[in-house]
Design a protein around this ligand. Structure first.
Ligand SMILES: [Zn+2]
Length: 433
């Protein structure tokens, strides 16, 4: 802790560290055990998914499935770009089917066993089917353009490929609220009332051009609380989940909306595009080397004629997945740093430190509350519960020190204890106050 932080604590007589400990201590052992087990299981899933992906790539290459798929398609459609589009769509279909048992266990049964999903098997399968159809179309469009860049840019493909990928990602994010999000959730204007007025006032105070607030029905998928402020090229949409409105108090809602507005006001999306382009360029350069090495060394039967050959897509995807596996701590830290910035923005905007602290406790339904320093560095793409509660309490200490008259030293430990009880019970009660 820095001297500067201690000064605020001494001046205000409010001990941020003790307040943080008091909040964390409301979570009983059973609630913590459940939360830790879910989140730590996720560490192993990162490895398991990598290995499953690598095994699948080996299967597609070694059995000759990939090269014969390319040959059969090109015999029928002739045109190179069309061959790539058809291959990309079929590749998406085949890989989704091969990995389906793992997906079913991971995203359906495991989520249910921790009481995080509210979906029936039928409903879940329906969403998977929509996702697959969309994935096939998007893969066909994206990979046709990507392989065109590969052929034109030759050895400089890694840098052009990164640029084009990020531009296509921006297009996908831009069209998503109109064409993709409504396939999974219904968006309705939020009911008139004090909370809606407060959210719009908060937006106006922070330079966010929005006249309306939307509610989307996350409760049909899970009981997670979530919200977003989307905006690219002058379009802005403030949206929050029905679970957030129904299961939390208004001060918690405002603190969460303040965080989301922070992402918008701080231009995090544009910053992420630039960061992601740089990381992706490094990833493609890595992929280029690994691809050539593996293809020369082991590719006798693969029939893959260099990186721009679509039959090498399983190898390209496998090489890139190794890169992203190794880059996990870097990617997480880039995202987590932005999240912490949005946290601080949200505290300043909404001025609800106890609302934000208990909202952070609620997220323990699926995020370990109090990890070690290295654990947080490697695995966390958002600040941990402890980090968020401490930031909130430190903010409060500073406000009390300067005599802000809308702040009091009181904590909302009663509410925190109710959250712990709900977490212990799990199931649909997990995020109910
Ligand atoms: Zn965020």
């Amino acid at each position: 802790m820095s001297e500067f932080m201690l000064a605020a604590n001494a001046l205000s007589g409010f001990d941020a560290m003790a307040a943080t400990d008091a909040y964390i201590a409301t979570m009983d052992a059973a609630a913590r055990e459940r939360s830790d087990a879910y989140f730590e299981g996720g560490y192993w899933l990162i490895l398991l998914n990598l290995l499953a992906g690598l095994a699948m790539a080996y299967l597609l290459l070694q059995t000759g499935i990939s090269k014969s798929l390319r040959d059969r398609i090109s015999a029928i459609v002739k045109l190179k770009s069309l061959t790539i589009a058809v291959y990309a769509a079929l590749y998406t279909l085949v890989t989704t089917l091969i990995l389906f048992p793992l997906t079913l266990w991971q995203s359906y049964f495991r989520e249910h066993s921790y009481g995080l999903s509210t979906m029936s098997l039928g409903g879940w399968l329906g969403e998977q089917a929509i996702g697959l159809a969309m994935g096939m179309v998007m893969a066909a469009i994206f990979l046709t353009i990507f392989y065109l860049v590969l052929r034109i840019a030759k050895s400089a493909w890694w840098i052009w490929g990164a640029g084009v990928s990020v531009i296509l990602l921006a297009v996908a994010i831009f069209v998503s609220p109109v064409y993709i999000d409504p396939l999974f959730n219904q968006y309705d204007p939020m009911e008139q009332g004090e909370l809606r007025d407060d959210i719009l006032a908060l937006a106006e105070a922070n330079g966010i051009p929005a006249n309306d607030v939307y509610v989307f029905d996350v409760s049909r998928q899970s009981n997670r609380i979530t919200a977003n402020v989307n905006g690219l090229f002058g379009t802005t949409r403030i949206a929050l989940s029905d679970t957030l409105i129904d299961n939390t108090d208004p001060d918690e809602v405002l603190s969460v909306m303040g965080h989301e507005m922070g992402h918008y006001a701080l231009n995090h999306l544009w910053e992420m595009f630039i960061m992601f382009a740089v990381i992706l360029a490094i990833g493609f350069a890595f992929t280029d080397r690994v691809f050539s090495f593996l293809n020369h060394r082991f590719g006798k039967n693969w029939g893959v004629d260099g990186i721009s050959d679509i039959a090498g897509l399983p190898l390209l995807a496998a090489s890139l997945s190794i890169f992203f596996f190794l880059a996990t701590p870097v990617l997480n830290t880039v995202i987590r740093t932005n999240e912490a910035e949005a946290d601080l923005f949200g505290l300043n905007a909404a001025r609800e430190p106890d609302g934000f602290a208990t909202a952070a406790l609620r997220l323990a339904a699926y995020r370990k509350i109090d990890p070690g320093v290295w654990e947080e560095f490697v695995f966390f793409d958002h600040p941990s519960g402890r980090a968020r509660v401490f930031m909130s309490m430190q903010w409060k200490a500073g406000q009390l020190a300067i005599g802000a008259d809308d702040q009091t030293p009181d904590l909302r430990l009663d509410r925190a204890r109710d959250i712990s009880d709900a977490l212990t019970e799990g199931g649909d009660a997990a995020v109910q106050p």
